[in-house]
Structure formats: C-alpha cells, structure tokens
Design a binder for this molecule. Structure first.
Ligand SMILES: [Fe+2]
Length: 475
C-alpha cells in the first residue's frame, strides 16, 4: 500500500487569510481563542531539495475558535532565510541537514563566525504580550497574532553570552526560563531567566567540550531546572572541516565520549545540585518533571540513540517504509543524594509530542499526559492519553488521519485535571487536506472536526492563546 503519510512531507506554498471553516460536530461554547502552530511549509529552495525535516521553511497556522466557529489563516514566516530562499533561490545559512550556498570558504567563515539560521519552525512563544516564532537560533521572529504577518525580529541572546537560545522554553508567572547555547571547542548551555519586561539574567552555566550533548528541551520544577544531557550531539571539533567539504550538522551528529546525565540545577541560586548518570538516552521532549522526596521525576519521550535526529531526513520520511527509531514514553527517577537514574516505561511507543495540563501541573505531580501515537507506519495515527498513576492508556484514532501534537486546553473552571479539550492539527491523507480535531480530554471522544482548505506539511509545536484563559498550554 502506498505511503499515505508521505504527503505530510511535501510543500504547501498557498497562504490563505481568515477563511471560515465548516465544522462537523461542535466545539465547546467556552472554547475561545487561537491555536497557533508552527511547522514546515516548503521543502525546496531554488533547485535544492532540503535534506532534513527540520530544514523546511517555517509556516505558521492559526485556527481562531469562537462561538463554535473556526477560521483559518496560514503564512510563511518572513525570516532572512525565507527572503533569500524565495527572492534569490539561495540557502543563506547552514540548515541542520542542508549546507548553505556559497563557496566552501564562505561556508567555513560562517561556521567559524557562528552565523546561524533564523528560519524558526519549532514553535511560538508569547513574551510580554508579543508573539515570536522560534527555533534554535539567536533571534525570535515577531509575528502579528491576528494576521500572522512578520512584524519584526528580536535578538534573544542579547544580554546573554551565548550563540543561540533553544526553541523550547518555560514561561512561569510572566518569567521566561530558557537555555542559551554556545558551540565550539568549549561549548556551554546557559540557564537564564527573562522577566516579562526586562533583560535576561544568566543563572548558571553547564560547560562541555567541543562535542556537547544536543539538548532540545528541559524540565522545570518548583526548585530545579532539569537538563537532559544525552550522550549524543554534534561534534563541533570536526564540523569546520565537514562544513568546508559541504557537509552538515547531521554528518557530525554522533555518540559522545561521555555518559548520559541529567543535570539538576537550583534555578534560584544556580547551584549544581546533582548530575545523575543514566543509561544512554536521546530526548527531544519532556512531558513533565517534578520533585518527589529526595528525587526528581522526569517523564519524557526517550529514544535509544541519535537516529532520532539523523533518521528524519526528508528522503527517508518520503519512503514507503521509512526506517525510523521508536520513542517510548518513560519515567526517569533521579536520586539527588547519589546513585543512577532508574527508568520505567509508562507507555511503549512509537510516541512523540507529549503535552499535559501545563499551566496547572507543570513541575508538579500530575496524572495525565497526551501524546501523538503510532499504531502502524511512521507518522502518528492516534492520540494517546496516558494515566501515569494507574498506568493505563486510552487512544483515539480516525481512519486516514495523522494527528499532530495534541495540545491540552483546560475548561474555564476545570473540575478535574483532564477537564478540557485536546486540539490537534491532523493530516487527512486520504482527503489530501489537513483538519483541526477537537477531542474531549476526559473521554478522548471526538467533539469537532474542521477541514482546512488545503493540506499542510506535518507540523511541530503550537500554543493555544485564549481570550479568557491566556495561559500557556505547553513548554
Ligand atoms: Fe520540539
């Protein structure tokens, strides 16, 4: 049978503005706000096919839901990378899996100077009332939340001694907690806090050699930042030569000569509380982390090795039977008084894109995690709800649908942790279009489905910005 999900890795250049959607079923009357999701839009620049899922030009999608109706807007982010791509057919800066255009020497100079892409396809973040599209880059691209037009850019590294900031951050009580990173012969990750209306302050720094761990996201408890340092990452000692030869980050993404560790940092004092060794893991996303007596619990999607990154080439993903690694939903328990992390499987995968009732339960004991799950093939085919207390799972699926990240939106006065809905942008491979799905988070039954006017490439992360509930829904 043909690969039905491969259309999720093909370009959509069409942009539409404020189109009313037909809704089958009904959205809850209280659901009032905008789902804004970031992800790939275009997989080619000029005559070049981009090599990796993370290379594609970023396109924002917005579903405005109010009074049971839904309206849709999508728009490419007008980054400098986008302009060079569209206007000159040129790859301006090296992308994770595609080398920059230009001479070998200019590529090398950019690599040495630390010039980074500004194409922000990972997610969006609201900082002090302004929306930014973000990725692992020095800048956030400012977005008009109504039209999705690009309105400016902000140096997110300003005031910090780092090259880039990570796309995944936490915002707690209007303070953003994030990681800045510097790469080179001596690499580092800097934990920082950015007050809503102020400059960022460095809290502490983890220093590595020229082959640092790749870190995509981290956990935040009441007292600690919990940073997963995988024994896999880009070997920056070799990257310059590889860049000179036309290679990419992916070519130097390999096993480090260092064990897996979770770094537990006191987020007020910066004290390194523990560096807890663990069996090898590769982690993109944490569902949650919280303190439990003399330990920290970390629930996350864990892969076995770096193929979690290197296998996500567009050519592999477009195959009938892509060779992809499996991520499981697991719980690490980190003793803070010595000893190794223990690991327990909460739900066997493949799963990805974990979310929780973020605003109320992030950093605290919780019961429910929601994930995109895969029953067959490669892209997710279901939404899974894992009860981490009872160790049970519910699943929802619909024929031909490939759900993206299921984002939890709490009801206005929730009576239980799972009193709310899940919103997911799904690919309807058979209908060759995308749809927004709304599930009851308690029962995992479908409440509403609204087809979009076109098919979108399979996306990454979103946020729900509510009129009555402006809280965040995920990290
Ligand atoms: Fe991510």
């Amino acid at each position: 049978m043909a690969n039905t999900w491969r259309t999720g890795f093909h370009t959509q250049r069409e942009e539409v503005h404020d189109v009313a959607l037909d809704v089958a079923g009904s959205f809850p009357s209280w659901l009032d706000g905008s789902l804004v999701v970031n992800g790939p839009g275009e997989f080619e620049v000029g005559d070049t096919d981009l090599g990796h899922w993370f290379d594609a030009l970023a396109m924002l999608r917005r579903i405005r839901i109010a009074d049971g109706t839904a309206r849709y807007t999508n728009r490419f982010v007008r980054s400098d990378d986008f302009r060079a791509a569209r206007e000159e057919g040129r790859i301006r800066r090296a992308l994770p899996g595609t080398p920059a255009d230009g001479s070998a020497l200019s590529r090398l100079r950019r690599a040495v100077d630390g010039d980074f892409q500004d194409n922000p396809s990972i997610g969006v973040v609201d900082l002090d009332g302004t929306l930014y599209a973000v990725t692992e880059s020095p800048v956030g691209i400012e977005i008009d939340p109504e039209t999705l037009e690009t309105t400016g850019r902000r140096d997110l590294t300003g005031g910090l001694d780092c090259d880039v900031t990570l796309g995944h951050t936490h915002v707690v009580d209007d303070v953003q907690w994030g990681l800045g990173a510097s790469f080179g012969r001596r690499s580092s990750y800097t934990l920082f806090r950015r007050p809503g209306d102020g400059d960022p302050e460095s809290v502490t720094r983890l220093v590595f050699d020229g082959h640092p761990p790749y870190i995509h996201a981290f956990g935040l408890t009441d007292r600690y930042a919990v940073i997963p340092a995988a024994p896999f990452g880009v070997d920056f000692r070799r990257l310059a030569l590889t860049t000179l030869r036309g290679g990419t980050f992916l070519d130097e993404f390999r096993r480090r000569d260092a064990p897996a560790r979770f770094h537990v940092l006191d987020r007020q004092t910066g004290e390194a509380v523990a560096a807890v060794p663990a069996d090898p893991f590769f982690i993109f996303h944490l569902a949650n982390a919280y303190e439990d007596d003399d330990a920290v619990v970390v629930d996350c999607v864990a892969f076995g090795n770096e193929r979690a990154v290197t296998a996500l080439t567009v050519s592999n993903l477009r195959q009938d039977d892509p060779d992809l690694p499996q991520g499981d939903f697991v719980r690490f328990r980190l003793p803070l008084d010595g000893g190794r992390a223990t690991r327990e499987t909460l739900h066997r995968g493949p799963v990805e894109f974990p979310t929780i009732h973020y605003r109320r339960y992030n950093g605290r004991p919780y019961r429910y995690a929601y994930l995109a799950a895969t029953d067959r093939g490669s892209l997710p085919t279901a939404v899974a709800k894992v009860d981490v207390e009872a160790a049970t799972t519910r699943r929802w699926s619909a024929v031909g649908l490939h759900p993206g990240e299921p984002l939890f939106v709490p009801s206005p006065s929730p009576s239980a942790e799972d009193d709310g809905v899940l919103l997911s942008l799904a690919l309807d491979a058979r209908g060759d279009r995308s749809v927004v799905c709304c599930l009851d988070a308690g029962t995992l039954t479908e409440l509403a489905r609204a087809p979009l006017p076109h098919r979108l490439p399979y996306g990454f992360h979103g946020q729900f910005y509510g009129e009555t509930d402006p809280g965040r829904s995920m990290a």
